[in-house]
Design a protein around this ligand. Structure first.
Ligand code: GLN
Length: 236
């Protein structure tokens, strides 16, 4: 067990973090502490350069104008890109998928260049996708159904370097008719699931933590309230 403290970057909570997405960093910290690791959250706001040395990073969703501010900041301070290049896990929720992609179009039809960490592009769809989403993962290390709450108008198309996180069984997901939800590329995982996603999907949380710690296994946590939440949410 490492003596040093694991540091989880909560990236731009001042502009990105709808529907409790900031909770994803809390879940990572708590699941580490419950296993005896020292862990803390480092908040990176628009006033801070983005550090490249943290152990894991989470980014939340946002509306179009906030999303643009985040895109500009992450392009100006490319710490997140450098961290992902060395394999640090990054979780990107909703608008953050779009920001980390090659480009996205806002609901006004304006095209904005993303930071190109994910080989995806996003354009507004005819209707907004709102509601519960349930999926079957198709990513190594995940065996349990995933669930979240989606609310987005953007539809995300995956390029050759990106894979879908999961196949949709209920709800819309990426919204371009390929039946996929989310994206995986290297150490970056993107998903439209709010919730926060990691409270609803502990297996996904532990996948990120294993990557951060460089281990294949983690001690299991017996949390009946999490199982109860999952039972409720997977019933949709
Ligand atoms: N503005 C983006 C969209 O509607 C993202 C929304 C969100 O993050 N909830 O697609």
């Amino acid at each position: 067990m490492p003596d040093s403290t694991l540091r989880i970057g909560l990236v731009l909570p001042d502009v990105m973090g709808t529907y409790g997405d900031g909770g994803n960093a809390l879940i990572l910290r708590q699941r580490l502490r419950m296993r005896g690791y020292k862990a803390e959250i480092v908040e990176i706001t628009l006033n801070d350069p983005v550090p490249e040395t943290l152990d894991a990073y989470t980014l939340g969703g946002a509306e179009d104008s906030a999303q643009r501010l985040a895109t500009r900041h992450l392009s100006r301070y490319p710490g997140l890109q450098r961290a992902a290049e060395r394999g640090a896990p990054v979780l990107a929720i909703c608008a953050a998928i779009q920001v980390l992609g090659n480009w996205y179009e806002t609901s006004n039809g304006e095209r904005v260049a993303g930071v190109s960490m994910l080989d995806v592009t996003t354009a507004p769809q005819a209707t907004r996708s709102i509601g519960e989403v349930v999926t079957a993962p198709q990513t190594g290390g995940l065996t349990q159904p995933l669930s979240g709450f989606e609310n987005h108008r953007g539809g995300t198309t995956l390029g050759a370097d990106a894979r879908g996180l999961a196949r949709v069984t209920h709800g819309v997901g990426n919204g371009v008719g390929d039946g996929l939800e989310g994206v995986v590329q290297g150490s970056v995982i993107g998903t439209y699931m709010h919730g926060p996603a990691l409270a609803r999907n502990p297996e996904l949380a532990d996948l990120l933590l294993k990557q951060a710690l460089g281990v294949d296994e983690l001690a299991s946590l017996d949390l009946p309230e999490v199982e109860q939440l999952r039972r409720e949410r997977l019933r949709v």
